[in-house]
Design a protein around this ligand. Structure first.
Ligand code: ADP
Ligand code: X15
Length: 396
């Protein structure tokens, strides 16, 4: 696999370099609430700028519906990137002068970016490739997506792995001995505990079957928990629920038991009247969630339970907040898990845009974790041993 250093050694002065970055940051209106992913993209961009490249950055923000939508504009990100680079970053459609960075508007405004139809993605990738002479893949958080600006464009240009992708893969490999297809085996320190939460439930349920073959303990909180609770026969009111995956989740419960994997679910939750920062709520047991309430955080007993289940771990991977941490009233569960990890002497990795943002928003020391990954879904799929389209395409 060729890398950024190879590209710079080849010489990039005056060349147009397309960089796929992951600049998918949380926003409050047009204010960036955590710029971690923007900061993580800087070293690669700086290296290219210093070498005189004409840099064009492709990135997405959120999940717009394949058409321009001002709510999902990358304009605030262009401003922040400019501040961090110490030079103006324009939103534009083509690379600018030598030693400048231009940011393409949200790449998902074009429906072909995420199309499942190869020919549509390929046509879009042709257009992107025409704008550049080389491609650098640096958006680790998105390398699990087979999308035009991540995968197809790499096939059309000389391609290189960026510094962030290389760094992430190097650390995650420590959780992934045994090689592709069989990651997280022999020399991993056990107990190996994975904590899952968050809101991308349908995406991330998919990794559980595989995780059950690798971990000693799986703690499930956040929006992920309710499909499990429902599969156990509990009512979950208006909580996040993946109704169409209940059967699959029942299968996970049975499989965990068969394999002797401890699958730990919440025993209590904060059941809120609505999805709002000032919603009123009660602490209820998970077998007594009222029909008109929604679970927005794990409860105090669960926080203690999860902390206890993390206390003797030697390796921990955590993706997905335990509750709606953006609302102070529902941040306690996420804080409890984060604090347990900071206290732990295990090799601890936190992954995911929102999980990493939560760690910082709650004021926990970043060096309290062995690694904070910019990718949640991407690192989970990596740990599963799955081929990541945005990485394997660089190997050709
Ligand atoms: N019980 C819950 N109900 C609704 N949303 C939740 C719940 N718990 C966590 N979340 C939300 O999950 C989001 C993060 O999920 P996700 O994108 O899967 O994580 P990451 O970005 O770390 O991979 C946060 O915005 C948080 O508010
Ligand atoms: O936020 C992201 O992933 P994550 O929430 O799994 O960390 C990436 O930017 C990928 O976004 P996507 O899950 O909309 O493809």
């Amino acid at each position: 696999m060729k890398t950024l250093s190879d590209l710079i050694a080849e010489g990039v002065s005056g060349r147009r370099v397309l960089v796929r970055a992951d600049l998918n940051v949380p926003l409050d209106g047009d204010k960036i609430t955590d710029d971690g992913r923007v900061r993580a993209s800087v070293p690669t961009l700086k290296a290219l700028l210093d070498a005189g490249a004409r840099v064009l950055v492709a990135a997405h923000l959120g999940r717009p519906k394949g058409e321009p939508d001002p709510k999902f504009s990358l304009a605030p990100v262009a401003v922040r990137l400019g501040e961090l680079l110490g030079q103006t970053v324009e939103l534009g459609t083509e690379a600018g002068a030598d030693g400048t960075v231009t940011l393409l508007e949200n790449i998902r405004f074009d429906p072909r970016e995420t199309s499942k139809v190869d020919a549509e993605r390929e046509a879009f990738a042709d257009e992107l490739a025409a704008k550049a002479d080389a491609f650098v893949s640096d958006g680790f958080g998105v390398v699990h997506r087979k999308q035009a600006s991540v995968y197809d464009v790499a096939k059309r240009l000389p391609h290189y792995a960026g510094g962030l992708v290389l760094a992430e893969v190097e650390v995650l490999n420590k959780l992934a001995s045994g090689g592709a297809g069989n990651r997280a085996t022999a020399d991993l320190q056990r107990p190996y505990v994975v904590v899952l939460g968050g809101a991308k439930v349908s995406d991330k349920l998919g990794v559980i079957a595989n995780l059950l073959t690798k971990v000693d303990r799986l703690l499930i909180g956040g929006g992920m928990a309710y499909t499990f609770l429902k599969a156990q026969g509990h009512e979950v009111g208006g909580s996040l629920l993946q109704e169409d995956q209940l059967e699959q989740v029942s299968g996970f419960l049975a499989e965990a038991e068969k394999r002797g994997v401890e699958l730990v679910l919440p025993v209590d939750v904060l059941a809120a009247t609505d999805f709002a920062p000032d919603a009123s709520y009660d602490v209820v047991k998970t077998d007594a969630i009222p029909a008109d309430r929604q679970g927005l955080d794990i409860g105090p007993e669960t926080r203690e339970l999860f902390a206890a289940k993390l206390a003797d771990a030697k390796t921990v991977f955590w993706n997905g907040p335990m509750g709606v941490f953006e609302f102070e009233a529902f941040a306690g569960g996420t804080r409890a898990v984060a604090e347990a990890l900071v206290k732990s002497e295990a090799f601890t990795v936190v992954g995911g845009g929102d999980s990493a943002a939560a760690v910082r928003a709650l004021g926990l020391p970043e060096d309290g974790f062995s690694h904070i990954s910019t990718g949640g879904g991407a690192s989970l799929e990596f740990l599963e041993g799955k081929e990541l389209p945005g990485v394997s395409v660089l190997e050709d």
